[in-house]
Structures are given as structure tokens and as C-alpha cells.
Design a protein around this ligand. Structure first.
Ligand code: ARG
Length: 242
């Protein structure tokens, strides 16, 4: 499961952030999206986004709890401001911008096609016509897959389940964010391969309810500081290399 509702991030014991004035914010995330957000073997949340939130907490002097939820529940939760923000490898799109505000972009990404390593017929997006495609619900990958003529789309709450169905043959391809699929293959899943070029050029942003401009300002100020002081680059190198 995606860990819906669990208290994913332990905030106790962080001595420098104690004090009555500390603002505590709750940010939503689908925490099954390595290397951006995933549960480590020690039961702690890990990933690029998680490190970024930790660094934002530090420079902004706020406490942020990451709350696990389904990806397609995040924008609705932001619209009602039942969460204070979201970090979830979320692409900044015009459609989402009607409903939520986004921080400055923090990561460049795009959609790719993954197939079984022994597949020699699907060589990229152009070969997907009429094929069975797995996607995560509510994602930009789902939008791209739905543009393919006559494709049979299967929606998954958790992208890992789409990859399992790819391996078993239940789907022919998975359309998903390139860095996530590449990381999945790199983690020992060499029976899967990426084919063709990236289809889209996307940028991830931290999303905030339109009702909370002060949170957006805090995030953008913190991101600017982290880009200036080298901390952002340090986190980037840790997860993606130089
Ligand atoms: N970048 C894609 C989108 O915004 C996929 C994000 C999925 N994120 C996740 N944590 N599952 O639609």
C-alpha cells in the first residue's frame, strides 16, 4: 500500500526545531515513487523530495510532516486545503495550475516507455498503438498514454504494481516519469528496459493550496536559499550523481 494516513516522518527529537512558535505543516505525497519518495528498509521515508523537505524545514524554521496518500487524491486535498502542501514528484501543468499553486520548478523530467527487456517490437511511443499500457492514476503519464490510438489503458494506484503487471505480461508497456523508471530498472529489475526518447518535457513543483500564499512564499524563499547555499546541489548529487 501507499501508507495512507501513517505518520511517515518522525519529527520528535529534532531539538533545534522545538518551541511553541514552530509552525507545523502537513504535506501530502504518494510515498511509493522512488527515488523521490519511498519507504526505506528501516521504515523511514527517504528520497530526493524527502531530503528537500528536510532542508526546507531547516532553513524556514518550520516543521513539515509528510502524509502518505494516493497520488490522485493530492490535488483534491489541496483544493480544500485539508493539507498545507504537497511534494510528490508532481509535474507543473496548466490544468493543475487552475486548481493549485506551484513553487518554482525544482526538477526536470519527462515521460518514457518501459517494456520487457526481451520485447523487440515496441521501440518507443510510436509503437504503442493498440497495445496494453499501464499507468499511475491521475498522472501526466496517464494523460500521454490516453493519447495513443486504440491503446488499452490499465490504471494503477501504485506505479510498482504497473511494473509487476509488465513483468507478468498483463500489460505490454508502462508509461511513467523517466527518472523513476530508470531508478526502478537500476535497482535490479533488468528484465525491464526503457525504449525510445522522452516524450514530454516536464518540471516538478511543490504544490500549495491557493488559499495559502504564505506557504508558497515560504517554500519559494527556502528553495532560493538552498539553491544559493549549495544544499540543493548536494541533495541532487546524492540521488542522481553529478
Ligand atoms: N510527474 C507525474 C505527474 O505529476 C507523476 C508523479 C507521480 N508521483 C508520485 N509520487 N506517485 O503526474
Amino acid at each position: 500500500g501507499c501508507g495512507g494516513g501513517e505518520k511517515a516522518k518522525e519529527t520528535a527529537g529534532e531539538g533545534e526545531k522545538q518551541g511553541a512558535q514552530t509552525t507545523k505543516l502537513v504535506f501530502g505525497s504518494d510515498t511509493a515513487y522512488a527515488p523521490f519518495e519511498f519507504m526505506g528498509e528501516d521504515g523511514k521515508l527517504k528520497g530526493f523530495d524527502v531530503d528537500l523537505i528536510d532542508a526546507i524545514e531547516e532553513v524556514a524554521g518550520v516543521e513539515i510532516e509528510i502524509k502518505g496518500m494516493n497520488f490522485d487524491g493530492i490535488v483534491p486535498a489541496l483544493e480544500t486545503a485539508s493539507i498545507d502542501g504537497a511534494i510528490s514528484a508532481m509535474t507543473i501543468t496548466e490544468e493543475r495550475k487552475q486548481k493549485v499553486d506551484f513553487s518554482v520548478p525544482y526538477y526536470a523530467s519527462g515521460q518514457c516507455v518501459a517494456v520487457r527487456a526481451d520485447n523487440e517490437t515496441i521501440k518507443g511511443f510510436d509503437d504503442l498503438e493498440g497495445k496494453k499500457i499501464g499507468v499511475q492514476i491521475g498522472t501526466t503519464g496517464s494523460i500521454e498514454a490516453n493519447k495513443v490510438p486504440n491503446a488499452e489503458i490499465t490504471d494503477y494506484n501504485i506505479i510498482g504494481d504497473a511494473f509487476l503487471d509488465l513483468k507478468s505480461g498483463a500489460v505490454d508497456a508502462v508509461v511513467n516519469d523517466f527518472p523513476v523508471t530508470a531508478y526502478y530498472i537500476q535497482q535490479g529489475n533488468d528484465d525491464v528496459k526503457i525504449v525510445g526518447d522522452m516524450k514530454t518535457s516536464e518540471h516538478y513543483g511543490i504544490a500549495v493550496p491557493k488559499q495559502k500564499p504564505e506557504v508558497l512564499e515560504m517554500i519559494n524563499d527556502a528553495l532560493a536559499t538552498l539553491k544559493e547555499n549549495g544544499k540543493f546541489d548536494e541533495i541532487y548529487k546524492k540521488w542522481f550523481g553529478a
